[in-house]
Design a protein around this ligand. Structure first.
Ligand code: ZN
Length: 278
């Protein structure tokens, strides 16, 4: 498959997701599918041009309301804290997998998610991603969210601004190269956030997502313990943290096979984060 075909498939998936998710923006995405990317901050020209909305103005528009959709690309608000949960309708939960991809474990996780037709988020490290772009492309193709987890997984709060920026930007570049889209979500390694990290994330068009339930699967506590932590922590809006790389993750792979069908049986809808313009 050529890269263009890959991009078309990706766009088609995005359009489909938008139709399911936010009806208010679906028309815009559908209209753009197949077009060249819109250059950043390009002012609309011609007699039909709409006046550009200031960021503060478009932020006030309801996501699903009537009226014109927000301009693209939308500037990202600088947050002061990460999202810890993702409110949605009904029993919705998010599964997230960090530090990958790792060809020994990530494909098994993708297989299980595909078997149950469930979407998850993968916060990848650029260094790992650069060796496994095929896995990133598969994630995107199968409808998962590929997020930015820095290049080399450092403690960002100990780094200078330029190094933080490089850690984040290089990773977004690899994700764009493999998936055809720059990431919209960022997660700081070790959950170590500060003002610079929020600012740079917003500069790069990303929202910060942390988690609600930490499985601590990286300590390899056993498959039953990992699955038990997920099921005990299950509640609407909960974001679950697991890992598909960074060591032996066989337990994480097997635990997913245990808890995923049980979450589904309990009525949970596993989904991916949606940007909230508020
Ligand atoms: Zn991590």
């Amino acid at each position: 498959m050529t890269k263009d075909q890959l991009l078309s498939r990706r766009r088609a998936l995005i359009t489909g997701a938008a139709v399911l998710g936010a009806a208010g923006t679906a028309g815009v995405l559908a209209a753009r599918a197949g077009d060249a990317p819109v250059p950043p901050a390009a002012p609309a020209a011609g007699p039909q041009a709409q006046p550009a909305l200031r960021p503060s103005a478009y932020r006030l528009q309801p996501l699903t309301g009537e009226g014109p959709p927000p301009p693209e690309p939308a500037p990202t608000l600088v947050r002061h804290e990460p999202f810890l949960r993702m409110p949605g309708r009904g029993r919705t939960m998010l599964l997230t997998f960090d530090d990958g991809p790792d060809p020994r474990y990530t494909p098994h996780i993708l297989d299980t998610l595909a078997e149950y037709e469930v979407h998850a988020s993968f916060f990848v490290c650029g260094e790992m991603a650069s060796y496994n772009k095929d896995l990133l492309a598969r994630m995107a193709d199968e409808g998962h969210v590929v997020g930015n987890h820095t290049w080399s997984h450092p403690l960002l709060t100990r780094l200078r601004r330029g190094r933080i920026r490089s850690e984040m930007e290089r990773t977004s570049d690899v994700i764009e190269d493999a998936c055809g889209e720059r990431p919209e979500w960022f997660r700081a390694p070790y959950g170590a956030w500060n003002r610079t990290v929020f600012q740079l994330g917003a500069d790069l068009g990303m929202e910060p997502l942390a988690w609600t339930v930490d499985t601590e699967d990286w300590t390899r506590p056993g498959v039953r313990t990992i699955a038990g932590r997920v099921e005990k922590g299950a509640a609407p809006g909960v974001v679950v943290l697991s890992h598909d790389a960074g060591g032996n993750r066989a337990q994480s792979v097997r635990a997913l096979r245990d808890y995923l069908p049980r979450l589904i049986d309990a009525g949970y809808h596993l989904t991916v984060p949606r940007r909230q313009y508020a």
